[in-house]
Write a protein that binds this ligand. Structure first.
Ligand SMILES: Cc1cc2nc3c(=O)[nH]c(=O)nc-3n(C[C@H](O)[C@H](O)[C@H](O)COP(=O)(O)OP(=O)(O)OC[C@H]3O[C@@H](n4cnc5c(N)ncnc54)[C@H](O)[C@@H]3O)c2cc1C
Length: 475
């Protein structure tokens, strides 16, 4: 069976559907205006300096203050808090800490029970934190749908359902009629609705709500304060920006896919770009034509997959499929656009929902994913234990970043917990090779994954070798 996606190139109609779209994240574009936090200016002291104002850094800051409200915490953010992946993602909040059960089972089989339990605890604690902190992130406990577009994928869905149930999830298989009754696409052949450990959020409101909560808790936030260097000092670490220096006792790095401040991190992380389109709000006729009244997050099943969901005002957020790695792993605003990917996303959107023909896209953007070879957050310490880092969520960090920020801080403070004893926490991923080999390996892997999608899912020798080595590439 060939791929279910059109073989023909995208048309001018596909391209013109997003031609006028705003070139910014819908989530960031729909936040209320606020004053920026002043950049770091001159010298400052701190007990703890956190570098990076995304979910990981903000959750860590809140946790530090909850443990000791007197602890002096400074957070340095290169641009605006939440402007990285945390303000650009799909807003799928999942309990898994291991990028899904299948990946968890292949990499951490002995501790997957524990990881699943900790993931669900983290998921519920996150929801409770939103209540407690008064953060309206448009949390919707909708569960999620995985949809099969090819008949061979129906068996994959059954296997996934069995696995989900084995780990205590409420997962229901839907046949062709029932999945189309949930969300009406002529491409769907079957689906799996998982109702536990899965919700949707407004990505930007989550980041901004965490920022406000951190400020209320007494964290000093500096924006437009890009950290240039870390230097070990007699008592701690000196953290230098263009405008000043923080002398901190301890430093937590939450810098995701951005250029790493420690050489060790660069070996493990490949920044991979993922792109997103958002439509105009659906009108009453379109809503009728599409169903989707339970508003679940949806993803399809290929190696190259789409993820999509509704916003509060009934737009469709539609992203994924391509994962773009560029030589040397650059990250920056000049890469937020990728015309070939937008064209393909638009074409695939209208193939999935032909009844929405004529609908236009209001927003388009891209974001960098901190991809590592095991697809899940990893940790480490440096400079004699004065610096710790937590990153590598590989595109599934909306929920896991709360766990990552907290565990990163536990490691930094030398606090032992159930999580800090895990192999998953103590062991780092297999590093990627250096350039130019890195680009070659990643492009070959992407190429073979696409070929497997066109070839009934059959994994050739290259992918099977990577599987055996426990290596992978994903976004
Ligand atoms: C397009 C896209 C879709 C995604 N969809 C989903 C999804 O639906 N569900 C899901 O679970 N996950 C998703 N993810 C992944 C998720 O967004 C991330 O895992 C999560 O946001 C990671 O948070 P973070 O704080 O670690 O990183 P980020 O939010 O990227 O924060 C890192 C911050 O560090 C700052 N920084 C970097 N270097 C420095 C420096 N030297 N000095 C100061 N500051 C610095 C950056 O400016 C940035 O603000 C998606 C990601 C992308 C890009």
């Amino acid at each position: 069976m060939p791929s279910p996606w059109p073989e023909t190139p995208p048309t001018s109609a596909h391209r013109s559907a997003y031609a006028d779209a705003a070139r910014k994240s819908f989530w960031l574009d729909t936040l209320p205006e606020r004053d920026l936090h002043a950049p770091l200016d001159g010298a400052a002291d701190a007990d703890l300096c956190i570098v990076g104002g995304g979910y990981t850094g903000l959750w860590a800051a809140l946790y530090a203050k909850s443990l000791d409200s007197g602890r002096d915490v400074v957070l340095l953010e290169a641009t605006r808090c939440g402007a990285g992946a945390s303000g650009r993602n799909g807003g799928f909040l999942q309990s898994s800490l291991t990028h899904g059960l299948g990946n968890g089972l292949s990499r951490f089989p002995d501790e997957l029970d524990q990881l699943e339990r900790l993931g669900l605890e983290n998921f519920h604690a996150l929801a409770a934190d939103l209540e407690r902190l008064g953060i309206d992130a448009e949390f919707e406990p909708t569960g999620d749908l995985i949809v099969a577009l090819e008949s061979r994928e129906l068996a994959d869905l059954e296997e996934e359902a069995e696995l989900m149930r084995r780990f205590g999830h409420d997962a229901e298989l839907l046949d062709r009629e029932r999945i189309r009754a949930e969300v009406n696409s002529p491409m769907y052949l079957g689906g799996l609705w998982t109702r536990t450990g899965s919700a949707l959020v407004h990505a930007g409101k989550l980041a901004d709500g965490l920022r406000s909560a951190a400020v209320r808790a007494g964290v000093r936030v500096c924006e437009y304060s890009s950290v240039r260097e870390l230097r070990k000092t007699a008592a701690g670490v000196s953290v230098g920006t263009d405008g000043g220096v923080v002398d901190a006792r301890r430093v937590l790095l939450a810098t995701s896919a951005y250029p790493p401040l420690l050489r060790a991190i660069g070996r493990y992380i490949a920044p991979v770009y993922d792109y997103v389109l958002v439509t105009e709000p659906l009108d009453a006729r379109m809503r009728e034509a599409i169903g989707w009244t339970a508003r679940q997050g949806v993803s399809d099943l290929g190696n190259q997959f789409h993820y999509y969901r509704l916003t509060a005002d009934w737009r469709v957020v539609w992203g994924g499929y391509d994962a773009v790695y560029r030589y040397g792993g650059p990250v920056g605003p000049q890469l937020d656009e990728h015309e070939p990917t937008f064209a393909k996303l638009s074409q695939h959107f209208f193939a999935t929902f032909p009844q929405l023909e004529g609908l236009r896209f209001s927003h388009r953007w891209g974001g960098a994913i901190d991809t590592c070879s095991r697809f899940s957050v990893f940790f480490g310490t440096a400079l004699g234990g004065r610096v710790a880092y937590a990153l590598g969520y590989t595109g599934l960090g909306v929920g896991a970043s709360r766990f990552g920020g907290r565990v990163g801080l536990d490691l930094l403070d030398g606090r032992e917990s159930e999580a800090t004893a895990l192999t998953m926490v103590r062991r780092r991923p297999v590093p990627f090779p250096p350039e130019p080999l890195r680009t070659g390996v990643i492009q070959l892997t992407r190429n073979r994954l696409a070929a497997a999608d066109r070839n009934d899912g059959r994994r050739g020798i290259w992918l099977r070798t990577l599987d055996r080595l426990g290596l992978g590439f994903d976004s």
